[in-house]
Design a protein around this ligand. Structure first.
Ligand code: DAH
Length: 303
């Protein structure tokens, strides 16, 4: 502080000190008198202040909304382990031992324990398709189930990719399940979540566990098809993979493909959330910044 300002500042500080002291003295006297009467600082009949309450994480909200769409039309919910064996994550799903498709998914392998606690060949599941296998191994058609859960891939963390994310898998197996039903179900899903005006389209694709396979695009809800950075000016955004369950997969799980057929699909929850909430950077979801998270408190706090 400049020397010439010190005097004036000192005087103001003194005045502040005196007024604070006077207040303290007055309060002490008030308490000494039994603290009664007119000087009560608050109205005790006012409603209590609400304690701050947290909200559901945006990914939980979106997962719940996805799950609701399917449970309403008769799908059950099933879950499986996040540390998975090779058979459920790859083998039974028709990924051959040296199949190049295994490279599609950068797997985190779990090191074999010397104490026998971690058997060989375990990995963090790379997709929730592993749960399909578990369900088909343990139940008979008709099967109508969805499997939400966490999945892991060895990816460099960026705005568009993370080493941990969420998927919802769907599976329907019965006599005479058709591709048309798959398309109708996914169209219903897209319209339920994004509104009746959205459209979907299917592009031929490849997955080892479905035949035929398709990639599902939805008309871009960010720009209504006009073209934007999210849809890369195509008017369409990819939302999931799907297909008819490969007969070999049914057979691997003890279901006769001569009698039954099925469809399956798998989507990323973060992707759907990005389209619903227009969050440009995936990393925001996992930084636990309350200023970000509290913006999703849309009254959706349900157990
Ligand atoms: N498991 C695939 C993935 O993680 C997604 C997927 C594609 C699941 C097609 C399916 C399907 O059930 O039919 O990339």
């Amino acid at each position: 502080m400049a020397a010439e300002d010190k005097k004036a500042f000192g005087q103001r500080m003194n005045a502040l000190k005196q007024s604070a002291q006077a207040k303290v003295d007055a309060l002490k006297e008030h308490i000494g008198n039994g603290g009664q009467a007119e000087a009560a600082p608050d109205d005790p009949t006012r409603p209590a202040r609400m304690a701050p309450v947290g909200s559901l994480h945006p990914i939980s909200i979106v997962r719940q909304r996805i799950v609701e769409v399917f449970t309403r039309i008769g799908f059950t919910i099933s879950q499986g382990p996040e540390v998975e064996d090779d058979h459920h994550n790859f083998g039974a799903l028709n990924f051959a031992e040296d199949h190049p498709a295994r490279d599609m998914q950068d797997t985190f392998f779990v090191r074999e324990g010397t104490d026998g606690a971690s058997p060989a060949g375990m990995a963090l599941r790379t997709h929730t398709s592993s749960v399909q296998v578990r369900v088909m191994e343990h139940s008979r058609p008709p099967i109508r189930t969805i499997s939400p859960g966490r999945v892991y891939r060895n990816e460099a963390i960026s705005a568009r990719a993370h080493c941990m994310f969420h998927q919802v898998e769907g599976l329907y197996v019965d006599r005479g399940v058709s591709f048309a039903e798959l398309k109708g179900t996914l169209d219903h899903f897209a319209k339920s979540l994004f509104g009746p005006e959205v459209a979907i389209r299917l592009r031929p694709s490849y997955f080892p566990f479905t035949e035929p396979s398709a990639e599902v695009d939805m008309s871009c809800t960010i720009c209504d098809g006009e073209g934007c950075t999210v849809c890369k000016y195509s008017g369409w955004v990819e939302i999931m993979g799907c297909g008819m369950v490969d007969p070999a997969v049914l057979r691997n799980c003890g279901i006769d493909p001569e009698v039954y057929s099925g469809f399956a699909f798998g989507m990323g929850v973060e992707r759907i959330a990005q389209l619903l909430y227009r969050v440009p950077d995936l990393r925001l979801y996992w930084e636990n910044d309350v200023r970000f998270l509290e913006q999703f408190n849309d009254g959706a706090f349900r157990s």
